[in-house]
Design a protein around this ligand. Sequence first.
Ligand SMILES: [Zn+2]
Length: 281
Amino acid sequence: MSSMLIYSVFALAMLALAFFYLFFYRSWRRKQHLEQPFPEHWPGVLEAQVPIYRWLPSDLKQRFEQHVQLFLTEKNFYGCDGFEVDDRVRLTIAGHACLLIVARSYSDYDEIRSILVYPHVYRVQEQHHDGMVVSHSDQIRAGEASSLGQVVLAWSQCEESATNPDSPHNVILHEFAHQLDYLDGTADGAPPLSGDQAEQWQETMTHAYEQLRHSLSHRKESWLDPYGATEPAEFFAVLTESFFQQPKHLSKEQPAVFEALQRFYRIDPRVFCNDPHRPTR
Ligand SMILES: [Zn+2]
């Protein structure tokens, strides 16, 4: 065989390998992972830590478990300040994160690489630039999301969210909503949408955001956690918390906002609130 022929066969093989890696490797690997059985003790932990899990209809429950399985296989968890990340921590975080995409594609989380978990709220030093002047301020945080595929969470706050599924706050839902917002490259309170859905979102959310800011500036009672009025990205994250934690309240107060979120998340969490023992809002 001539050296030219060997070189051509080698080059073609490399090209085929690169093509497979680029377009099929990830889905092939995921299929392999999903062929592994769902660990026996996971449903019990999820029922305790992600209460909505037990009320998911069987088709969604299956998708949810697949998402959780992939999440725990692909994402790296790191304990900070000596915190030990065990299965309960990993399942609590993965379970709430995957709730957001239970009816969407798992690929929404492709860019998320790592989850850092602190035992309690943590201190961060912020740098502010004002012309030539640079100042620093200390901030206490319960969580944060970065466009570089990292989510940071304080476990004490995650546990509080897990044990109060009807409260307006859930730091895990909040930070992963920011990750969905980053999907189109900017944290502007509008996740990737197209056509009439994008138009409806823009119109509805702008109106609701302005209305919230107006109510707060006139010291009126707010229908949403006031933190949502700080900027559009926070508005979307806080709305997401409300959509999953207090869906009946949100749909009653802001039906158009609820509908826009329902179209994006492709589910109606009110259906999962039917348990008679669960308090309604
Ligand atoms: Zn936020």
